[in-house]
Write a protein that binds this ligand. Structure first.
Ligand SMILES: [Zn+2]
Length: 238
């Protein structure tokens, strides 16, 4: 396995291919329609063992698309597929990438780019809804929340908490902890809650628990600013 590739034991099952890159991997910083981006995707596809991959221009919204072929498919923050050999790939520099695999009645897979805006728009819930509409059994899904800004470091202002409570209901207050004038937001728990609410069993959800801001090894926009690179996560089925 490539030294810059990480995987989750929960998703290591027959037929499945997945992984995410570290800061030492290919750079996904270039625009999604640039040739360099396609080259980075090709490196990651080869590293995880998939033929090809599809991606989107991530816009911090709540839109889910279906991938029926490779390449950049438009604006969205979640993407799913059931085409054998086709990976879906998301990019990040702090935002949680939520990887989902489903075994029943047939393999389907997807990812959500769960920035705070997308999380408040219910992107992980929307991805699960799209998979269920296609016939997927949520109890046969497994999900991993990759390295991203953790509850130790992810400070936000009042406006984020207000928008979260407006969109997700008052229960969203539980995901915020006061720190000085600001709030610490636990994006991991909000997205776990969306998976559980969609019917994914709790023991089928893994949070990697790696914070991109305070741990070494991953690009972080909060830490490195505009100079930050981007890493990526991919999932697919042979
Ligand atoms: Zn941290």
């Amino acid at each position: 396995m490539k030294s810059w590739l990480r995987t989750a034991p929960l998703l290591d099952r027959s037929g499945w291919a997945h992984g995410w890159t570290t800061a030492a991997g290919p750079d996904f910083h270039t625009p999604p329609d640039a040739p360099d981006h396609a080259a980075a995707v090709a490196s990651l596809s080869a590293a995880v063992g998939l033929d090809d991959a599809a991606w989107v221009r991530q816009v911090h919204g709540g839109t889910v698309l279906r991938a029926e072929g490779p390449g950049c498919l438009g604006e969205a923050d979640a993407l799913w597929s059931d085409r054998p050999g086709l990976g879906v790939v998301g990019r990040s520099a702090d935002c949680p990438l939520v990887i989902v695999t489903c075994d029943s009645p047939s393999p389907r897979w997807g990812f959500a780019h769960a920035s705070w805006r997308s999380t408040v728009a219910g992107i992980t819930a929307e991805l699960m809804a799209a998979l269920k509409n296609a016939g997927t059994e949520p109890t046969a899904c497994r999900a991993v929340i990759g390295p991203s800004a953790g509850p130790c470091c992810y400070e936000v202002g009042d406006e984020v908490r207000e928008q979260a409570c407006e969109s997700l209901g008052k229960l969203a207050e539980a995901f915020f902890v006061r720190r000085g004038e600001r709030w610490l937001l636990d994006l991991w728990r909000v997205n776990v809650a969306q998976l559980i609410a969609a019917g994914v069993p709790g023991d089928h959800v893994q949070v990697t628990g790696v914070c991109t801001i305070c741990s070494e090894g991953y690009p972080s926009y909060r830490r490195d600013g505009a100079a930050a690179g981007r890493f990526a996560a991919m999932v697919g089925h042979a």
